[in-house]
Design a protein around this ligand. Structure first.
Ligand code: FAD
Length: 438
């Protein structure tokens, strides 16, 4: 089969390499020519420089489908983290790496992959003959293919109408905005406080903080606020960001100048949406990765969801599905296994923003999964339902049976405690002193 993949991001390259390893003739096209030495400006892929956490689905997919890329990633410093599982053995729970290191590893391995051709160019649109996609136009020239894969990311629109009423099937503004900054631990310095083997994550009264540990002592500090909270927008200024880091005890430990030094400016995250798009349905075309679904980044689900999709698509092809009509069974799989994560995020984000703005829980409505899971602290029986949800090995609905337990906890007046640190109002006062004009 001749496969043409639009987009050489993580999804395009992992799928492309896996198809090439099965003997298919694969071309992956990206408008981005790739790195030149240390420099790599990923125009249109703003997340390239932003904090990333890597769930176990990512190394597991590479191990199964493209071990050379996993080896390259490790050689570039990526560090898989293991932890004990309930059965008493150890398992990988994540990988410490910067996103840029991950993409460099994939690009490097792709250049070596037999059967996979990397091409630089802009995919302008599809070529359709009698209702079937037969290729694409790249910078004006025609390239034929038996299967065209749209792996062009969150702005991917291949084959989709631009009519105003033809938007995504699910679409919710996260209501959250964030800024982050990268640092590196000084030689010999230990990481600061963690709440999991790969990250620190805490909710405060009106905002949220995350720290992702990456490879070789690199780490990212992320501050998340409701988009509507314009006073906290000032966190994009370096003086305000650093003031916040001094004021929040856990961040003060992580970023203390004796422990770490900044390696980037403060990076402002772009608009974030929870989006799910069904397959277009034109034979010869299939969409995968972020062009199908995007979710709020704070739970680090994006690349894991892309990997899950790649594995599902390959499974269908391996089982003999016709590539020309593969979007049909694959779309049904995505509707069942991917859409619920987007719907979950829309519900979680909406509730979180309302609570940050001072509302109490609305116990007349179904509890969102984050609230059900949080109540495990008050009722450990909830834990037996939560493991698969946290690991993304079971769908959000698997937490539903624990809802009555969680509801009882909240009805008795229990609420998740905020982490020790300034309230939103105190943080605003502190950063106003640092950046009076903001
Ligand atoms: C701020 C932020 C933080 C995130 N944090 C995490 C995290 O912690 N963990 C996690 O798992 N996920 C995270 N994600 C999600 C993750 O980054 C995405 O899921 C991932 O990038 C999806 O890969 P992709 O290959 O599908 O799309 P992309 O990475 O967007 O790649 C698409 C590629 O297509 C190319 N392209 C687009 N249009 C064309 C065209 N017309 N012609 C040619 N080429 C084209 C682009 O240049 C790009 O290289 C985060 C996302 C954001 C925005």
């Amino acid at each position: 089969m001749r496969a043409l993949i639009a987009g050489s991001g993580p999804t395009g390259l992992i799928l492309g390499a896996a198809l090439a390893r099965r003997g298919h003739q694969v071309t992956s096209v990206d408008r981005d020519p790739g790195p030149t030495g240390d420099a790599w400006i990923r125009r249109g892929v703003m997340q390239f420089e932003h904090a990333h956490g890597f769930r176990p689905q990512v190394p597991m997919t590479l191990q199964a489908e493209w071990p050379a890329a996993l080896n390259t990633w490790r050689k570039l410093g990526a560090h898989p983290v293991e932890a004990p599982n309930p059965a008493g053995s150890r398992q990988v729970v994540g990988v410490l790496s910067r996103r840029s290191t991950f993409e460099r590893a994939l690009r490097h391995a792709a250049e070596q992959q037999a059967g996979l051709t990397l091409r630089t160019g802009h995919v302008d649109g599809l070529v359709v003959d009698r209702g079937q996609v037969t290729g694409v136009r790249i910078d004006g020239s025609l390239v034929e293919a038996d299967l065209v894969v749209d792996a062009s990311g969150r702005s991917g629109r291949l084959g989709r109408s631009s009519a105003p009423d033809s938007g995504p099937d699910l679409d919710g503004d996260c209501g959250l905005a964030y800024v982050d900054r990268t640092y590196r631990l000084r030689p010999g310095a230990e990481p600061g406080p963690m709440v999991s083997p790969i990250a620190y994550m805490a909710d405060f009264d009106g905002y949220q903080c995350l720290v992702f540990l990456h490879e070789a002592g690199h780490f990212s500090v992320v501050l998340v606020r409701p988009t509507a909270d314009t006073a906290l927008k000032a966190l994009r200024f370096e003086a305000a960001f650093e003031t916040a880091c001094r004021a929040i005890p856990a961040l003060a430990e992580w970023t203390h100048p004796d422990r770490a030094q900044p390696t980037s400016a403060v990076l402002v995250g772009g608009a974030l949406r929870n989006v799910y798009r069904r397959q277009v349905g034109t034979p010869g075309l299939v969409a995968v990765g972020d062009s199908v679904a995007t979710t709020t980044p704070t739970r680090g689900r994006g690349i894991a969801m892309a990997c899950m999709q790649v594995i599902a698509l390959l499974g269908l092809l391996d089982a003999g599905s016709d590539p020309a009509t593969i979007a049909e069974p694959f779309g049904a799989w995505c509707d069942h296994h991917i859409e619920p994560w987007v719907a979950d995020h829309i519900a979680i984000d909406g509730g979180m923003v309302r609570r940050w703005q001072g509302d109490d829980l609305d116990l007349s409505r179904p509890l969102t999964t984050d609230l059900i899971a949080a109540a495990v602290e008050a009722d450990p029986r909830i834990g037996q339902h939560a493991g698969g949800y946290f690991a993304m090995t079971a769908l959000p609905e698997t937490l539903r049976p624990a809802e009555p337990l969680a509801r009882a906890v909240y009805q008795a007046g229990w609420r998740p405690a905020y982490a020790p640190g300034p309230t939103r109002d105190e943080l605003v006062d502190a950063i106003r002193v640092a950046v009076p004009a903001a």
